[in-house]
Each structure stands twice: as structure tokens, then as C-alpha cells.
Design a protein around this ligand. Structure first.
Ligand SMILES: NC(=O)c1ccc[n+]([C@@H]2O[C@H](COP(=O)([O-])OP(=O)(O)OC[C@H]3O[C@@H](n4cnc5c(N)ncnc54)[C@H](O)[C@@H]3O)[C@@H](O)[C@H]2O)c1
Ligand SMILES: [Zn+2]
Length: 344
């Protein structure tokens, strides 16, 4: 087992990579416990849950709403939950985000923890202290920063995860390697088949290194003033593609990363041979590297993004594999990039 710590204004979180769900009880305080999960995770793993009241949600992104949170508040009232109670979210990123938000807001904040059950939750969503729900078609518009007391990343749980969900997590692992860790990138290149088969050693390495990278970044910049922006690599165009194409987040991020890679090459920051290595790795992991969307529509989607502060975007580029930089890029420059690409 490997342990990582995140300490920030919103609390301290210990992330236990390699710990198992069946040992959850050993980490819990003596307090009334409420588990929030979804019906898929409950179906597979309820027999490993400690004794507790269970609130089980419908699986999927549609549950990430204020209506679900209100339902949870109602159940917490019925269960006579009080300020001393403890909430555990056991599930993928959707469950962690909802459980974290409900815990952070009910009675102005209850203690909570997560057991991350999807690869995406283990390498990304459960780490960093952001939680929230969607509102009015915008993702994660309502939420808080608050660290769960601990997070368990149990590799055994990934065995039942559908393949398309594994791809979602893999895209974020590649992202972490690209922005911060050339060695991890080399490992992914050499072990792509072990990774796809989710062999234990490969899972351990991907999850540990990803948690190490994300927690180091969050420890330096909890609230996304600067460094944390690097974690958005591939996500500017990724979100636009996800929205327009209705493909999974991981596939969209893979395409978004390749667009950012190509822009990095066009700016003379990244070599063509590194760009080729990145494209090959994504392909070997079964992640897409291009989409047929009209660039003008993508730029329009970025223009409408709620987080845009001006006509420029804080865009993450690569200076090499494992080295990301932030640059403010005006939207017009993206247009020029796509036009020159079409003409080349
Ligand atoms: N808070 C953050 O910093 C952060 C970061 C990244 C993503 N997110 C959020 O995470 C969410 C996506 O997370 P996700 O991809 O885990 O989605 P998810 O929670 O919907 O899980 C994906 C699917 O896998 C199922 N599942 C989960 N674990 C399983 C297991 N062990 N075996 C079988 N099935 C299992 C779920 O029931 C669901 O159907 C998004 O809402 C996103 O906004 C949050
Ligand atoms: Zn992402």
C-alpha cells in the first residue's frame, strides 16, 4: 500500500493506494456511518460494505444534480444524521462528487471519505478536494473545495469495471504522464498490453503515479490559481468535443490532448517525434486521436464555456513529454491554427 497526503485550506486528505474496501471499517471513526453509493457498485460490492445505512443512487452523470442532493439531505434527516456523523461515498467519480458535496453542505459540513471504485475516480476524481453537481447544462457549476478525510483506491474493484470506463481513466493517466512524468510515459509505452488487461502491477503503478502527480500539484495550488491549471491539459478542446460529439469524457480528452499536442508542435515547443510517440501511445491504448468536428463549432463551444475569463484561453501546451506550460491564447489564434492545418 502507498499513502499520499494532501494538505490545504479545505482540510487534509490521506489517499491509500492499494488498500481494500473490505478493510474500510478499520479506517472509520466511532461515529454514525452513512454510505452513499450507486446501484451498480452496490450490486457488486455491498457484501464488502461495513454495517451502515446505505443511500443508493441511480448510476450515471444524470444523478449529479441538486435534486439528488436534496433527496440525500432528506434521507440524512430521516436517519437522524447529526454533526458527529460520518459519510462515505463508495463509487466512481459521480458518487464521490455527490457524496463530497452533500457531506460538505449538510449541517455546514460533516466528515467524509471515499472509496474510489472506477479507474477515473482513483486516478483523478477522488483526489484534490473538488466536489459538486451539474446545473442548467453546465458541469460542476455548484460545488465546494473540501478534502475527504481519506480515500481508498482498491485495485481489486476495477475487475468489474466496463471497458469503456477503463478508457476514461486511462486518458487521465496519459494526461498526468504528459504534463509531469516522462518516466510514467515510458512505462505506459512499454506496458500497454499489461495496462489494457489491468494487470495488478500496471494498475498499481498507474494509480500510484497519478495520485502522486495530482496530489503534488494540489498541495502547491489547491484552488486553481496557476499550477492546478496544468491538470486541464487536453480539456479545453476535450470538453468542446465531448459536448458536440456525445462521446465519453476519456475519448474526448484523448482527442483534446492530440489537438493541444499539434498546437504545441505548431508553436515550435514540441518536436514532431514526441508528438508521434504520444499519438502512437493513445492509439495503442485504444483511445481516439482525431474527430470529424468542424473547428469553428469547437471554437464556438469554447467561447461559450462558463470558465472563460476573456477572449483568451489559459491553454496548456507541452514543451516536451512530461513538461507542460500554460499560455494565454486568443480564440482567433486557434482559428488560424485550424485554417493553416486544413491548407497544409
Ligand atoms: N472532483 C473532481 O476533481 C473530478 C475530477 C474528474 C472527474 N470528476 C467527475 O467524475 C465523474 C466521472 O466519474 P466516473 O467516470 O467514475 O463515472 P461514474 O461514477 O458514473 O462511473 C462510471 C460507471 O461505472 C460504474 N462503476 C463504478 N465503479 C464500478 C466497479 N468497480 N465495477 C463496475 N461498475 C462500476 C458506475 O456505476 C457507472 O455506471 C464526472 O461527473 C466528473 O465530473 C470529478
Ligand atoms: Zn478529465
Amino acid at each position: 500500500m502507498k499513502t499520499y497526503t494532501i494538505s490545504g485550506a479545505s482540510g487534509t486528505s490521506t489517499i491509500l493506494v492499494g488498500e481494500q474496501l473490505r478493510n474500510l471499517a478499520a479506517h472509520l471513526p466511532a461515529a454514525k456511518l452513512v454510505i452513499i453509493t450507486d446501484r451498480n457498485v452496490e450490486r457488486y460490492y455491498a457484501d464488502r460494505f461495513p454495517q451502515a445505512a446505505v443511500i443508493s443512487l441511480a448510476p450515471g452523470e444524470a444523478s449529479k444534480s441538486l435534486a439528488t442532493v436534496e433527496m440525500i439531505y432528506g434521507r440524512l434527516l430521516e436517519l437522524e444524521t447529526d454533526r458527529t456523523s460520518f459519510i462515505v461515498g463508495i463509487g466512481g467519480g459521480v458518487v464521490c462528487d455527490i457524496a463530497g458535496f452533500a457531506a460538505a453542505t449538510f449541517m455546514r459540513g460533516l466528515r467524509c471519505a471515499y472509496v474510489a471504485t472506477s479507474l477515473l475516480a482513483q486516478v483523478d476524481a477522488s483526489v484534490g478536494g473538488k466536489n459538486g453537481v451539474n446545473l442548467g447544462g453546465y458541469k460542476n457549476l455548484v460545488g465546494t473545495f473540501s478534502q475527504p478525510q481519506f480515500v481508498i483506491c482498491d485495485p481489486l474493484l476495477l475487475k468489474t469495471l466496463p471497458e469503456k470506463e477503463i478508457l476514461c481513466g486511462l486518458a487521465e493517466v496519459v494526461k498526468h504522464a504528459l504534463i509531469r512524468d516522462a518516466e510514467l510515459f515510458g512505462y505506459l509505452e512499454k506496458n500497454d498490453s499489461q495496462i489494457q488487461k489491468l494487470e495488478a502491477a500496471a494498475v498499481e503503478r498507474m494509480v500510484s503515479d497519478s495520485v502522486a502527480i495530482k496530489s503534488a500539484i494540489v498541495n502547491q495550488d489547491e484552488k486553481e490559481g496557476g499550477l492546478r491549471r496544468l491538470l486541464n491539459f487536453g480539456h479545453t478542446f476535450g470538453h468542446a468535443v465531448e459536448h458536440l460529439n456525445r462521446i465519453s469524457h476519456g475519448e474526448a480528452v484523448s482527442i483534446g490532448m492530440m489537438i493541444a499536442v499539434d498546437i504545441s508542435v505548431s508553436k515550435g515547443l514540441l518536436s514532431i517525434s514526441d508528438a508521434d510517440r504520444i499519438k502512437q501511445l493513445l492509439r495503442r491504448l485504444n483511445l481516439p486521436v482525431r474527430c470529424g468536428i468542424d473547428p469553428a463549432r469547437m471554437i464556438d463551444a469554447i467561447r461559450k464555456d462558463k470558465k472563460r475569463e476573456s477572449d483568451a484561453v489559459h491553454f496548456i501546451l507541452l514543451r516536451g513529454i512530461g513538461e507542460a506550460v500554460v499560455q494565454d491564447i486568443p480564440l482567433a489564434e486557434f482559428q488560424d491554427f485550424f485554417t493553416s492545418k486544413q491548407n497544409s
